[in-house]
Design a protein around this ligand. Sequence first.
Ligand code: NOJ
Ligand code: MG
Length: 523
Amino acid sequence: MAAWWQSAVIYQIYPRSFQDSDGDGIGDLKGILQRLDHLEALGVDAIWLSPVFPSPMADFGYDVSDYCDVDPLFGSLADLDKLIAEAHARKLRVILDFVPNHSSDQHPWFIESRSSRLSAKRDWYIWQDPAADGGPPNNWGSTFGGSAWDYDAATGQYFYHAFLKEQPDLNWRHPQVQAAMHDVLRFWMRRGVDGFRIDVLWHLMKDPQFRDNPVNPDWQPGMPDITRTLRTQSCDHPDILGIVEGLRNVADEFEDRVLIGELYRPLERLVDYYGPQGKGVHLPFNFHLMDVEWRARDLAELVQTYEGLLPEGAWPNWVLGNHDQPRIASRLGPEQARIAMMLLLTLRGTPTLYQGDELGLPDAIVAADQVRDPWALREPDANVGRDPQRSPMPWDGGTHSGFSSAKPWLPLVDHWRTLNVAVQEGDAGSMLALTRQLLKVRRSSQALSLGTYRLICAEGTLLVYERRWEEERKLIALNLGSEPVELRGIVPNRTRPCAGTHMPIETVAGDGLAANEGIVVDL
Ligand code: NOJ
Ligand code: MG
């Protein structure tokens, strides 16, 4: 029998921007609780919450100062317990964000580690002597720009941080670090959490000899600083798979939990994270839909390559957006965002939706004085800002779109007065209506949720494939372009789609697809 996370649809909540309940302009746990109706009506199966743990918020929660509590900004541990219970009562699973690569520099572990070279926790983090000239130990760069090494004058060594200097990397080669982090997973699983999304999983293991990264010959001014070198030594060391196996063993101490790895890796390497003998993460996040050329051939090839690389027993997954990436509706335009949603929800594998994508939200326009993302603040000219996709959810036409009674921490998207949940609920042709319909059809279809995938046609702007489970067959036909396409001979005439981008569905499939049209039909 399939595990729950195979047929599930996961919905990512960015808690700061979902719903504010206490009028501070920042979303919180009670806010999420108030909006569970939306998720139930949408028809998703699991929610993944970006970090809600105590944090100085240098990287908005991805700098954790206590792995086993909740930041007062978001509420309390009791609020989280309540959210888990209420979600479970509605058959929604809860996935937390686990940030093992680095802690906050305010975490007691790091404070102890930096206190002295002789501290018992010195080696819980990555400390190195200066190079001969007194500079950083090697050329490893921080993802957010500049050197990844910060000098601690008091103890005369550098510590490594793959992100901000407020996010020192933990030393995963240390057995005590592994044990402590395993206990964090157990702490949350005992509280009923159904799984974890694991932050920057490929970063956990680095070259133990700290050799330089090779210089990137293609780097040009204007490109993000981190792309100056190729990160072949500073992350994704082969030993990572042993660490992943350790995490998996902990998850397997409990029933029915899922581990999802954040992995920006080429497909050939990504699939290694399923682990030898399936002892890896259940779902290594597959982000490749976010950068593939939006053409039928390229999409078909991506699916085929991925499917071909999957190890035996491995279950695929697809992602179209998250809090780090530009919105799909801005990348492809509002019409193709509908096609993209249909693709995401009909491909073989577990889909993850990012909050707001069910409304077709574009990136928000964030003026220079509204920028909050630490990366954007450090590299204002590199076009790396992540605020636009973190704009608050627009719920209705009221004050601050129903998100908060106070001015939100980031600006709302343009056109929130028409793009919001309330307006779209009343519109049978809205993106929200389409997403709900697709989720409904998917849920009631074995072929769509668990069936096989077979490519039928990828030509020009037309992509057609079949999903099949025993006798049930569904055909998906997508027009990726803005001109009508012929379907003759591919879809039997006079078939009524069970889902379509052009709603309400009045047309009878068979002859062709209109511009930007997609349909799902029963065969
Ligand atoms: C990936 C997270 O998604 C991103 O938001 C964060 O800045 C980095 N990891 C560092 O934790
Ligand atoms: Mg709040």
